[in-house]
Design a protein around this ligand. Sequence first.
Ligand code: AFP
Length: 343
Amino acid sequence: MNTISPPELIIPESNLDRDCTTLSRHVLQSLKSFSPDAYDLSAIMSRIALAGKLISRRLSRAGLMEDVLGFTGETNIQGESVKKMDTYANEVFISVFKQSGLVCRLASEEMDKPYYIPENCPIGRYTLLYDPIDGSSNVDINLNVGSIFAIRQQEGEDLDGEATDLLQNGSKQIAAGYILYGPATVLVYTMGNGVHSFFLDPSLGEFILAQENIKIPDHGSVYSVNEGNFWQWNDSFRNYTRYVHRQEGYTGRYSGALVGDIHRILMQGGVFLYPGTTEQPEGKLRLLYETAPLAFIIEQAGGKASDGINPILDIIPSKIHYRTPAILGSKNEVELVESFIEK
Ligand code: AFP
């Protein structure tokens, strides 16, 4: 019997399937449900992706347009000078959720208090927590920056508008992730069922699946920390740093943008540290929209995230802009850092 082999030019079904796996489709697939809740989460992720596309487009033209680079002249709630891109990106996230019926409140690094979208609140019981531009000092020199996000469900009515229900640990995150604006724009997310990455295809204007169930290696050669703070750390962190200086096989990498450093470590292993300093014992990074979402990603990928003593995901903040020291990365590398910390 003659067997007819398929014509060679036919695109393998698996390739087409991957090309068609957009972020929103992937969310529905991984939730294994077509329930209203699954559709809501898929729609929220699509809006986050839209924010990412808008920010990515503006960053790619930053040097060509007026009024993109530089500072606004204002100072945010953290006491940091606000960049024009910070303001733009913050407003983009708000704008994409207006009249969406999806998100009632947004809390970000750039806003003292959460921003309410009252018309969404009767039906949109979700809150978006985000850092619109992480590493904004990199913007003016055309280096990588990121956005970080987490989705939580609103608990209670929040009648006083204080959003105190957000002051809970990281296990309350329904989804979390980041968008890295590098040579390509990549979005990484988890909903508690693995970590998945998507590349922005500019010709389609869609985030297309790149890798599913990313696993962080247990070991890695990279340690990522601002060693300029060496003399402001306590002995534990100085001793760890001295150890990696002497030990063969370690190399330092630090970009000034957490998302880029974490992405490298997620893909290749290693450890990121932002310890407390004498001036700021709680460190610099904010729990609700920086370290907790990234801890969710790292732990879902099989890594570890701690403040040196407690898992980051167990920490209960006392305020929205609560800061915490952070050690995130490969399991064995985080444990090595912890072994230097006097409990
Ligand atoms: P900016 O967004 O204000 O530049 O801060 C970025 C960041 O929160 C984080 O992305 C970096 O890892 C860290 O701060 C860098 O801080 P240092 O300059 O103190 O090392």
